[in-house]
Design a protein around this ligand. Structure first.
Ligand code: SF4
Length: 548
């Protein structure tokens, strides 16, 4: 059985016949313990961590199994024009985060406010952060500075909410993104998106704000929530066009003033369903929010109808758009059919949507695992998939995803890196969700036509994968792990054993893991020398009066 979910925000749908899918809580991780202690009431938590615990519920596992969550908010900040991003945390965390951000093409600097034990406990770190903000706040260069507390400053309660709201006209936005408070890097995108939307909403409520570039004024607009493939907003816009609607902005936004355009919409489409804080800001601004997305024929029809209702479009006008979309998506699905059993797992937030497209294209999808929590914005997708025989696992752990493919024996696993690696080792073709699925359109006719060829191509590679599996059989396990070993390696002697050996003692070699037995004259001499040293230490202590 899949490990039972532990919070009301999760759900196990139809159980699969899996064994031993409990997550490995002993696996190395740099986060988790504080949060689980807080949940158990063993430690007091500050208001910021309490809010994170409310907004981002834990799942079957209590530790992130992906990259440092702060990467999500860091990347969103780095993609905003005229926005500086600054981190405060351990140097190793900041190194890892900046390395990853440059690996993904950040092409701009990440600021860092370091600390030591003293500056942390005396409160000097807060003063250091304030000085850094003052030095950086140049209105010629920046609209905003995003200041992020990583794990240790958050756990220590460094109060970013006490920073000035703006310096020299540059907004200061402080966020806490600890690994023990934000379970996935996807949800960290929401932490920042929610924070900047809130600030933009309050500014707009106070008075006139900067005019967004390319503001659409002749039609009501739909704001799309989620980091989308660049062609997807255009494709969704084409679907909405007969209804007299347009795609206005997407969140996460690329510029501060785009936030005003996003808030100025008629309807919000929560295409990625985990933007809890961002949705809260739209609702505070009085904007209706629609879940799911225009995927496959049934998903596209249902989504257009829901958007039409929320935007007050007449049912006749919506019907025209629906008929047009139904014809286009059906044709695209017919042209790119998919046969085979496919398992999906990922942490992007679009896993359920992708599964719907695959099912409509003809694939059997017995299992969908998503690292994200259950929210109402994926409720329709969950119901649809369950009605089509799919088990949906929210907050899926790596262990559950791996047990799933062992249980359902798919022709293809689309998943995260470790899941795909495990599938390939088992001779099952695998495709990386992030690189190969998120890098394609999934909405409307473009989505229906884009996935078939790549997935069918991967499934046809199973025979080749099995040949590779038998060729490499046994390699990479036990003593064959690593490069260059053809035989059982000899255990290296430690310093004590090397000394004993040099003095004529006999040292144990080979693979024995038992304690080394050192014997012989050399070993006896070592023991005698140690005893003499102990006696001397005792004598000296007695002389000083420290022992009687
Ligand atoms: S900031 Fe926290 S979660 Fe991120 S790498 Fe450092 S310790 Fe881990």
């Amino acid at each position: 059985m899949i490990a039972p979910n532990t919070t009301p925000n999760e759900r196990v749908s139809k159980p699969l016949p899996m064994a031993g899918a409990a997550p490995d809580d002993t696996a190395a991780s740099c986060h988790g313990d504080l949060r689980s202690s807080a949940v158990a009431g063993e430690v007091q938590v500050n208001a910021s961590l309490k809010a994170l615990m409310d907004d981002y519920p834990l799942g079957a596992h209590e530790q992130p199994q992906g990259m440092c969550p702060a990467f999500g908010s860091l990347r969103v900040g780095l993609r905003m024009r005229r926005t500086a991003t600054v981190l405060s945390g351990s140097a190793c965390c900041v190194y890892g985060l900046t390395f990853t951000s440059h690996f993904y093409g950040a092409r701009r600097s990440v600021g860092y406010v370091p600390f030591n034990s003293e500056s942390l406990v005396t409160g000097q770190l807060f003063e250091d952060i304030k000085v850094a903000m003052e030095e950086l706040a140049d209105p010629e260069l920046y609209d905003a500075i995003v200041m992020t507390n990583l794990c240790i400053p958050t756990a220590s309660g460094v109060p970013l909410d006490l920073l000035p709201k703006q310096i020299n006209g540059v907004r200061i936005v402080g966020i806490d993104v600890p690994g023990f408070g934000v379970p996935t890097h996807a949800e960290a995108k929401d932490v920042l998106s929610g924070a900047v939307l809130r600030r933009a909403r309050l500014e707009a409520e106070e008075g006139p704000v900067a005019r967004p570039r390319e503001l659409i004024e002749d039609r009501p607009t739909v704001t799309l929530l989620g980091e989308l493939f660049p062609a997807d907003p255009m494709g969704v816009g084409a679907l909405l066009e007969p209804m007299g609607l347009a795609v206005g902005a997407t969140v996460p936004s690329r510029e501060w003033r785009e936030l005003y355009a996003a808030l100025d919409c008629s309807v919000v489409g929560a295409l990625h369903p985990f933007y809890t804080r961002a949705v809260r800001e739209f609702e505070a601004a009085g904007r209706p929010v629609v879940g799911s997305g225009p995927v496959g024929v049934e998903g596209t029809v249902a989504w257009l109808e829901a958007v039409g209702r929320a935007a007050g479009v007449s049912s006749e006008t919506t019907g025209v758009a629906v008929d047009r979309a139904r014809a286009m998506v059906s044709k695209a699905l017919e042209r790119a059919p998919i046969q085979g059993r496919i398992q999906i797992s990922g942490y992007e937030g679009s896993e359920l949507l992708v599964a719907r497209v695959l099912v409509e294209a003809g694939a059997e999808v017995p299992y969908v695992g998503t690292a994200l929590p259950r929210t109402e914005w994926s409720r329709d997708d969950l119901a649809w998939l369950e009605a089509h025989g799919t088990h949906v696992q929210y907050r899926a752990s790596l262990e559950q995803d791996i047990e799933a493919f062992k249980a359902v024996n798919p022709d293809l696993v689309v998943g995260t890196t470790p899941v795909v690696q495990a599938a390939k080792e088992a001779g099952i073709p695998g495709l990386y969700f992030t690189n190969l699925i998120s890098a394609r359109p999934i909405f409307g006719p473009a989505g229906a036509g884009s996935l078939g060829p790549v997935l069918m191509g991967a499934m046809q590679g199973r025979e080749r994968l099995n040949r590779m599996k038998s060729f490499f059989s046994g390699v990479g396990h036990g003593h064959t792990a690593g490069y260059g070993f053809t035989e059982v390696p000899e255990r290296k002697l430690n310093a004590q054993e090397r000394n004993a050996k040099a003095r004529g003692g006999k040292a144990v070699t080979g693979c024995s893991t038992s304690a080394p037995s050192v014997s012989g004259a050399g070993a006896n001499r070592d023991t005698e020398a140690r005893l003499r040293t102990k006696d001397r230490v005792k004598q000296s202590a007695r002389a000083k009066g420290s022992i009687k």
